[in-house]
Design a protein around this ligand. Structure first.
Ligand SMILES: NC(=O)c1ccc[n+]([C@@H]2O[C@H](COP(=O)([O-])OP(=O)(O)OC[C@H]3O[C@@H](n4cnc5c(N)ncnc54)[C@H](OP(=O)(O)O)[C@@H]3O)[C@@H](O)[C@H]2O)c1
Length: 313
């Protein structure tokens, strides 16, 4: 198949490109700074010659968006919003204008679209959308607003010949340098992998092999459209998540961090505490209903496998 991945130069794109190329597919990545073979220039907001790569392709997987690992300043929030909405819009326009449009358009979204909650997991049918929770910082609604606008843009795109799926992905865990597993592992190995702010908040995650397999599954299944959660079936509280990570690295203890410490740490790392403190309890309702099986449904085994590959690398 010919697979086009706008925004495919980042962590998730690297995971997909590696796996899909190894499976024998032709992968084209759209990027603002093409340097490697298979990369084509686009600006992520206006049409251009790049649109020709989409015409005649089989699958489009749009990952473009300014990184969310940043301080949530008004300027950064605007960049997060615009980069997602505008890139989704032009991808939709390119698909609509194509003489031979792709069969399927997988559009990245995020598990962050759901509410901060502890009481029950969020699946696609019964999950509670975020943005109206009480007892959380008001600005936490910004990332939910961005996610909703991102999905709306795909929903509204007129692509009658192309099936549309929104990937509500949890944190994709891969052993790559600079990815979320790498950063958390680094903290754990320094002895800083303890629970944060009590550690009751849920962590949703997905192993990179399962992420790729779910993308392949959703590309092939002609009858699945709309939002789909891409998360392992067993999200777990942050405290247990960090315990599993420490066990994978054979680190016996992890210093707990209080909320104020995360503020300092997040400031130093130019990131935002919402990424650590929001309870993301998301489960793969539709994937399981459709018969998808996870190779790594549980975190302890997933963390061991990831740590083993990280050591090997
Ligand atoms: N990583 C995860 O676990 C995870 C989980 C759920 C959802 N997501 C979402 O999935 C997408 C990919 O994640 P990732 O971790 O691979 O992100 P990433 O490493 O930050 O990569 C995102 C890509 O988007 C492009 N981009 C950045 N700013 C842009 C802009 N202003 N206009 C157009 N393109 C821009 C960049 O490509 P160029 O610089 O090459 O143009 C970059 O390679 C993101 O939208 C992210 O929010 C990620």
């Amino acid at each position: 198949m010919k697979i086009v991945i706008p925004g495919g130069t980042g962590q998730v794109g690297s995971v997909l490109k590696r796996a899909l190329t190894a499976a024998g597919h032709e992968v084209v990545v759209l990027t603002r700074r093409p340097v490697r073979p298979g990369e084509v220039h686009w600006d992520g907001r206006t049409s251009g010659p790049w649109a020709e790569t989409i015409d005649g392709s089989d699958v489009v997987i749009n990952l473009a968006g300014r990184s969310v690992s940043c301080r949530y300043t008004p300027a950064n929030l605007q960049a997060m919003m615009e980069s997602r909405v505008l890139s989704t819009r032009v991808v939709g326009e390119a698909i609509n204008a194509a003489a031979h449009p792709p069969r399927v358009w997988l559009q990245m979204s995020t598990a962050t679209i759901y509410a901060h909650r502890f009481d029950a997991p969020n699946d696609e049918a019964t999950g509670v959308m975020g943005g109206a929770e009480s007892g959380v910082p008001r600005y936490w609604s910004s990332s939910v607003d961005i996610a909703k606008a991102w999905e709306r843009e795909q929903e509204q795109a007129g692509t009658p010949r192309t099936r549309k799926v929104a990937l509500r992905a949890a944190m994709v865990m891969s052993p790559d340098r600079g990815g979320v597993f790498d950063v958390l592992s680094w903290l754990a190995r320094l002895g800083l992998g303890g629970p944060v702010a009590g550690g009751a908040q849920y962590v949703s995650w997905i192993h990179d092999h399962d992420f790729v397999r779910a993308v392949e599954f959703l590309s092939e299944r002609d009858d699945v459209a709309g939002p789909v959660n891409l998360a392992a079936p067993e999200p777990l509280p942050h405290r247990a998540f960090m315990r599993g990570l420490r066990a994978a690295w054979r680190v016996p203890v992890g210093l707990p961090a209080m909320r104020w410490m995360t503020e300092v740490g997040a400031f130093a790392l130019r990131s935002d505490t919402e990424l650590l403190l929001k309870s993301r309890r998301v489960v793969p309702g539709r994937l399981l209903e459709e018969g998808f099986t996870f190779a790594y449904p549980r975190w302890p085994e997933a963390a061991h496998e990831l740590a083993r590959r990280r050591r090997g690398a």
